[in-house]
Design a protein around this ligand. Structure first.
Ligand SMILES: [Zn+2]
Length: 156
């Protein structure tokens, strides 16, 4: 999605958790604890993937997208289908998306990514601006998200 920004990647935290699991430092029950709500969200709003569950290896993971933000009012905290996000991104100024992977077989679940969506990111591309202006602002739009500091934190 072209308005996606401030992406935070949690794949390192996931790797650390899976390593601890395989080393026996933590038990399967501690990580395979998806709530009935999350499992329902995966079933009805989830995005299927080709990626095998890293814990049970019996099922493919499903991605659930949760949306948060003041503009969403009573919809805040709801799971939405991936296809609904671009529509919301054109309607709302800014909202937060949390992506959680879920295994519907063993209940493994982990936050994998978060990012912002919304019209606020579109201002540099307003059609009445010149091509040169759009091109020069495009180069400045790839901000570092602070995920490197998060990565350091996760390393211990
Ligand atoms: Zn599983």
């Amino acid at each position: 999605m072209r308005t996606q920004r401030q992406v935070v990647d949690y794949s390192l935290q996931k790797r650390v958790l899976l390593r601890d699991l395989h080393n026996g430092k933590i038990g399967t029950l501690e990580v395979c604890d998806a709530s009935p709500y999350l499992r329902n969200a995966a079933r009805f709003h989830g995005e299927p993937t080709d990626e095998r569950c890293p814990v049970c290896r019996r099922d493919n993971l499903t991605l659930v997208h949760y949306i948060y933000g003041d503009e969403l009012k009573q919809s805040a905290g709801q799971a939405r289908k991936l296809a609904e996000l671009p529509v919301l991104a054109m309607t709302l100024r800014e909202f937060q998306v949390f992506v959680v992977e879920v295994c519907q077989t063993c209940a493994w679940n982990h936050l994998i990514e978060q990012f912002l969506l919304g019209r606020d990111a579109l201002h540099p591309d307003e059609p009445h601006q010149g091509v040169a202006a759009a091109a020069s602002s495009a180069s400045g739009r790839h901000h570092e998200t602070g995920s490197s500091s998060l990565r350091r934190k996760g390393r211990q």
